[in-house]
Structures are given as structure tokens and as C-alpha cells.
Design a protein around this ligand. Structure first.
Ligand SMILES: Nc1ncnc2c1ncn2[C@@H]1O[C@H](COP(=O)(O)OP(=O)(O)O)[C@@H](O)[C@H]1O
Ligand SMILES: [Mg+2]
Length: 259
């Protein structure tokens, strides 16, 4: 790819010549980019350009799909996450994920948040209580739900359900949180709450978000990658992408001329 690889400070993820095929279809084409630690990085681009495929590569969620081939390399903290010795369960603890549609379990708020720690064998109530409170505070939901932790999570609003899912991811104390269009099912007020929360979250976590909402990328992210048809067209500091893009395709996209 002719694109100059930009240098980000303190990279936690290195994506090196990464290609992914679904069967014979090449959905990611030699992607090269580094992701800065404790920053928000967003991936934007038209539907079908490979954004979800790419973030699923970062915690090996694509492993669950039949018929894929991956070439190249993804390193997290310098370690190749596709190396044979890697424990995928351990990896997914370090790299949490939140999806487009809020998907809380049909359980209480409390049990949703402490689900992961319980699976890890943590049973002591005082520890789980503390984990639950901390994660809900991080997800900016504590004040809204602290008096009703035994309510079924499915009885909450969509925005609250999405914050439950974020709290559930955070309760595992990941290094990196991946979010695939987390606000696309939410109204503007719920979206604003999640955006504010993600900006707080980056004090301690690396946040990688796929969004079809360019304003969202412009508002919250430090770095933005623009993709088209499986290629990384341009990757830079967010303000550069939105005010001074180097590529014509980027300019066309951000000015709404297609996509
Ligand atoms: N499980 C799958 N099997 C086959 N093709 C897929 C699968 N998931 C995605 N694709 C294809 O890969 C391309 C990229 O898809 P995706 O990563 O979902 O894009 P985006 O998230 O940017 O909309 C699309 O052409 C899509 O049809
Ligand atoms: Mg997608």
C-alpha cells in the first residue's frame, strides 16, 4: 500500500500486512496500522468495507467463522496474537468487545456485570460487589441503577443496556475495549452519554470503535482510519482526517459525496 504509515505514540496494537479472506473473497487487504495506547481510535467507511472484520481480528472473534484465512500479523503488547501458543480465552479477557445491538443476558443487572469474574471463579460477595460497583461507575450507569441491581437487565432502556454491556466488558479489566457501532441502535441522548463515557474510559483503557457516524468519530476519537473495500485508505490524527484529508476518496466520504 502506498499509504505512509503514521507513527502513533506508545502503540499497544500493531497490525502488520493483515489480510483476511472469507473463502476466496479478500475482505481485508494488507492492512498496516498501529493503535495508540489509552487513546480512542475509530474506524470509519462505507458499509461492507471491512470495519467489523478488522476489529474482530483484534480479539480473534473471526476464529469462530468457518472458511476464513488470515495472513499477516497482529501484535498486542508486542506479542503475536495468532501465534500457536496464544490462549484465546486469555486474549479475549485482555481485549473486550461490545456489539452493535445491546446483548445483556436475561439476568439481573448485577449478574450481568459480574458474569465474567464469576466464570473466572471469583465467588466472594464483597469482591463481586466491588467489581460490580466499579464497572458500573466506569460505564456511567451506577447512579441510575444502584438502587435496583436485582432488576432484570432486559427491563432497562437500550442505552442503559448498552452501558451494561460495557460494564460487563470492563469488569474483566481488559486492556483494550472494542466497540462495533455501539450507538447505532440508540437515540442521540443515549449516544451522547456513551460518547462522554468513552472519553472518560480512555484514561485507563485503549478504546477502538467502529462507527458509521462520522460526527461521532470526529467528536471522540484521537485517531481515525478510513476504509474502503477492504483497504485502509487513510489513517491519521482525527482532526487531519476531517479537516485536511490527503486522499480524494477520504474527502469525498467525509463530505458526504458517497457512502
Ligand atoms: N461471515 C462472513 N462470511 C462471508 N463474508 C463476510 C462475512 N462477514 C462479512 N463478510 C463480507 O466481508 C466484507 C466486509 O464486511 P464487514 O467487515 O462486516 O464490513 P463493515 O463492518 O465495514 O460493514 C463484506 O463484503 C461482507 O459481505
Ligand atoms: Mg460492521
Amino acid at each position: 500500500m502506498e499509504n505512509e504509515k503514521i507513527k502513533v505514540p506508545d502503540p499497544i496494537v500493531n497490525i502488520i500486512d493483515l489480510s483476511l479472506y472469507y473463502g476466496k473473497t479478500k475482505a481485508l487487504k494488507e492492512i498496516n496500522l498501529d493503535i495508540a495506547k489509552k487513546k480512542i481510535t475509530s474506524f470509519i467507511g462505507p458499509s461492507g468495507c471491512g470495519k467489523s472484520t478488522l476489529i474482530r481480528c483484534l480479539n480473534r472473534m473471526n476464529d469462530l467463522i468457518d472458511g476464513i484465512t488470515i495472513e499477516g500479523c497482529v501484535k498486542i503488547d508486542g506479542q503475536d496474537i495468532y501465534a500457536p501458543a496464544v490462549d484465546v480465552t486469555e486474549l479475549r479477557k485482555r481485549v473486550g468487545m461490545v456489539f452493535q445491538k445491546p446483548n445483556p443476558f436475561p439476568k439481573t443487572i448485577y449478574e450481568n456485570v459480574v458474569y465474567g469474574p464469576r466464570v473466572l471463579g471469583i465467588n466472594k460477595k464483597s469482591i463481586l460487589d466491588e467489581l460490580c460497583e466499579n464497572a458500573l461507575k466506569r460505564a456511567a450507569l451506577w447512579d441510575e441503577v444502584k438502587s435496583r441491581l436485582r432488576v432484570n437487565a432486559l427491563d432497562l432502556s437500550g442505552g442503559q443496556q448498552q452501558r451494561i454491556c460495557i460494564a460487563r466488558a470492563i469488569a474483566m479489566e481488559p486492556e483494550i475495549v472494542l466497540l462495533d457501532e455501539p450507538c447505532s441502535a440508540l437515540d442521540p441522548i443515549a449516544t451522547a452519554k456513551i460518547e462522554d463515557m468513552l472519553v472518560e474510559l480512555k484514561k485507563d483503557y485503549t478504546v477502538i470503535i467502529v462507527t458509521h457516524n462520522m460526527q461521532q468519530a470526529a467528536r471522540i476519537s484521537d485517531y481515525t482510519g478510513f476504509f474502503m473495500m477492504g483497504e485502509l485508505v487513510e489513517y491519521s490524527v482525527t482532526s487531519e482526517i476531517f479537516t485536511n484529508p490527503l486522499k480524494k476518496q477520504t474527502e469525498n466520504y467525509i463530505t458526504g459525496r458517497f457512502g
